[in-house]
Design a protein around this ligand. Sequence first.
Ligand SMILES: *Cc1c(COP(=O)(O)O)cnc(C)c1O
Length: 432
Amino acid sequence: MASRSKALAALCERADACDRDDSLAPLRAEFLFPQGPGGDVAYLCGNSLGLQPRATRAALQGELDDWQRLGVEGHFHARNPWYSYHEPFAAPLGRLLGASPLEVVAMGSLTSTLHALLISFYRPSGRRTKIAMEEAAFPSDRYALASHLRLHGQDPDAAALVLRPRPGEAQLRTEDVLATLRRHGDEVALIMLGAVHYYTGQLHDMKAITAAGHAIGACVGWDLAHAAGNVELQLHDWGVDFAVGCSYKYLNSGPGSVGIAFVHDRHAMAPELPRLAGWWGNDAATRFAMPESFQPAAGAVGWQQSNAPVFAMAPLRVSLELFDRATMPALRRKSLALTGLLAEGLQLLLDAHPGAFEILTPADPAARGAQLSLLLPGRAAGLAAALQAAGVIADLRRPDVIRVAPAPLYCRFADVARALQVVADFLAAEGR
Ligand SMILES: *Cc1c(COP(=O)(O)O)cnc(C)c1O
């Protein structure tokens, strides 16, 4: 292959060696892969929609069978009783997020859960009305935050404290975030950021920003959509007030699957916090006594509104078992190596084709997760098509960005090498 430089060839050989040494490699067999030219695709898109675990079909079938067999009796007599279906999720979700079982629950969807928690945790009063948010936050988060500002009679343009990268830079600097928070100290009611930015792939210093938020007397929430199952989290120890996530990206629970909520245990009962109550958030001991007034259950479950969406949650049960088998520290180690190899290969290509693309993601491995975001003005769609044609699935963010995210549960180092080869061929064909 003409475009295969010696350096890239050596890197591909190293990739094969890494796969042979990878203690997590057997987990790949637990997943089902879309087929492309030459068999399994190289699936580098787990940041958008994770792959289906093999065991998911049987888990769903099991719930359907129990429903067929038991009807309403399944609430108590299903193999995983639906009445208490959410309870066994607490321990593995806690391990995933660095939280106690009391602090986590699978519920709703990401955006609906964000709304439910904003009711409790955005409490403007007096001068303290602002929400600190990212300029380029995910649209759903921006809409949700703006709608809560309006609900409280605030002008979203005036009450949003927008955190922006410096001119010409793609990422927010932690020092700038902290300085802005200090400058606006007594005006900020809430800080709400994406832990890993969906577009740039930047992983924020969650511990430092959470501490800075508390130092100015604000509440701090995180969106974990791109962080859960991707990076190691210590939500409890960092003192995070609340967080939301989804389970269909790195958590492989299928399209539109159930959301995730974290509420720090210092808020576990907090009767003074307003909330959008529903019967599944009521204390389980009195739920079916159907009390006149809401008696919140202790912990994050007290924010649940409806009974568990069993068909959305069965895949998450399967997924959490895989994460428990792998463990987050081991996954993160492999992730750092996989994405490190990708970054190294891309740098080789940039050395050969200066200026051919830009990497928007921080170069510091501690400031990113699995994903690297490539900026190629005017040429991203072309590269995406070339990747697709070669059986490499990455994620085109129109107009100019391709997100490449090797998820360590099922990606091989060889998948990264395969993607690099396609990029090398693409750049060579451009004749740059
Ligand atoms: C994926 C994603 C969402 C999606 O929200 P849903 O309610 O699950 O549709 C929201 N916010 C961020 C930051 C995301 O990355």
